[in-house]
Every structure is written in structure tokens, then in C-alpha cells.
Design a protein around this ligand. Sequence first.
Ligand code: KG4
Ligand code: ZN
Length: 337
Amino acid sequence: MSLILAIESSCDDTSAAVLRDNQLLSNVIASQKVHEQFGGVVPELASRAHQQNIVPTVDAALKNANIDKRQLDAVAFTRGPGLLGSLLVGVSFAKSFAQALDIPLIEVNHLQAHVLSHFIINQSGQTSYTPPKFPFMCLLVSGGHTQILLLRSHFDMQVIGQTIDDAAGEAIDKAAKIMDLGYPGGPIIDRLAKEGNPDAYHFATPNIPDFNFSFSGIKTSFLYFLRDQLKEDPDFIERHKSDLCASIQNCIVSFLLKKLEKAALKYHVSQVAIAGGVSANSSLREGLARIGAKHGWQVFVPTLQFCTDNAAMVGIAAYYKFLNKDFADISLPPYTR
Ligand code: KG4
Ligand code: ZN
């Protein structure tokens, strides 16, 4: 049996979780509102907010789990990729905590953590839940990353394809910013798109070979389209908001799903998952279910609380490392890429 405290601080969410083996006992997330007024994450402000949040967040995670820190068997932290100033707060905290308690440290890669979120047994025990079986394919889509991965074991992840420029979440957030909808734009576009027509407007997707993606051209064509329309009608965005949201979302989601479907066919896998912040998107989740039904594949979408950044996913990745006694040295620095 293991009790692990996990810490996530790679971007703008300070999170701490406690897991008993693969079962989650608590998962506390302190989101940073300070970035909203800037329409994006300001690294220096993120780092400062992590410093303010980390102690109360860890404290709440231990309390909610009803665990005393002296019972812990290991402390896990996100080592990267992420913002350096943000990572440093979690990394330094984890190191001091582990040293003070004289227990091992476990370093976790943020992207692996997102994918492994499928293996978390949630607070209610969720005994009926079956995680994907190896090998399975996972589309990892977040604000910083877009990759198609083939998993042969918990830590054997082959990158089959990835974005050559912006991440999918970044593209969605930028589209929202162009329309002045607020930040982060993903959940807002998702909500507004529900009342819109996904075929109202068409934005060309680029011809990128293999299983790679590119989103910067889509963003630019969206920007130019709106610039032209606004010349004719200054209220164009306001009057067509939901159709615009539905159309740009449809463009990005269809692009993602088309490549994922092709990749799963090529690699002969019948278990297909999505992970990362954008996997919270209702259109992506529905689209994956449709593809699964069409091919008879088993599909896996993470519970909403595990889509966007959280420490529970860091904890599950740490659990599998704990089983392998894969511990980190106290001198390890964070990495940004
Ligand atoms: O995984 P995450 O929390 O952070 C990174 O590791 O980047 O992902 C954040 C991204 C943001 O771009 C946000 O807009 C997007 O996930 N996102 C969504 C939705 N919820 C969050 N995108 C589309 N639809 C959503 N419902
Ligand atoms: Zn993330």
C-alpha cells in the first residue's frame, strides 16, 4: 500500500492530491483568476500566485484525504514541461516536503500524467470503471500540446503525430480572444457552440502529412474572415456568435478526429482515448463516441475533473513509478520543454 502526495504547478493551476495506491482520496485545485484580465497566462503572475496557493492547497488536500503528512510514503511533483517560474514553486515545495519527512521524491512528466489520468480510481471507488488496455491510442490535446500517442505500457508512449505549430487548445483560445469572449476561451466556445450551426462557416484545414497537425493557418483564416465581415457589418461577431463558435470548433475538432481515426486504423488499435484540457470539449467527446461506434472500438474520455490540469493525474503517474521504485534525486531541476 502506498500513500502519495502529488503536486501540479506547471501552468496556472496550483493543485495537490492524495492517492492511496491508484485510488484518489483528495484533489484540490486553486485556479488563478488573475490572468483573465490579460486574456492569457502571465508567467510572472502565475509563479507568484503559486507561491501564495501552494501551502493552503497542500494543506486542504491532506485534510480532505484525512491523512497526516507523517503517513505519506512519497511526494510527487510535475517536473515539466511548463512555465519555469510556475514549475519551480511546485518542485521546490515537493523537495523540501520530501526532505523534511525523509520520504522519496517522484518526478512526473505533465503529458504522461494527462494520459495516465485514465487509470485513476476516483473518490467514490468507481469499481465498475475499466481503464483502457494496452496497446491503446490517445489523443492528448491541451493548451500547450497536441499529440497522438500509442501506449504499449504506462510509460511506453510513442509519439505518432503532433502539431507543428500551435496546440489545439491554444487555437481555440485565440479564436475566442479574436471574438473577445474571455479567457480561457475553450469552455466558452464549447458552451456557445451548442446553440450554433457547425456548418455555417468553413475554415480550411491545412494539408499536413501523416498524423501531424497545424493550427496556425486556421487561426489566421478565422481572423481574416472576421476582419472582412466586420468591414461590412461592425456587429457581425455579436450577431453570429454561436454560429462562429460552432463552426470554428467543428473545424478544429473534425481535424483532430480525422487524424486520430486514421492513426488508430493504421496501427490496428481498437481502444482509443482522449486526454488533456480540450478533451473536456463536448463536441470532441461526442465525435469520439461516434467514431468508436462506427468501428466497434472502445473509447475512453476522462472524467471532467481530470481533463484540465490537476494533481490527481500526477499522483496516478507517480503511483506506477512508486511500484517500480523509480525515485528522483533531490538535485533534479525542472524542464520547460
Ligand atoms: O490541460 P490544460 O488544463 O492545460 C495545459 O496543459 O495546457 O488545458 C487547457 C486548455 C485551454 O486551452 C482551454 O481552453 C482548453 O484546455 N479547454 C477546452 C475546454 N475546457 C478546457 N477546450 C475546449 N472545450 C472545453 N470544454
Ligand atoms: Zn495540462
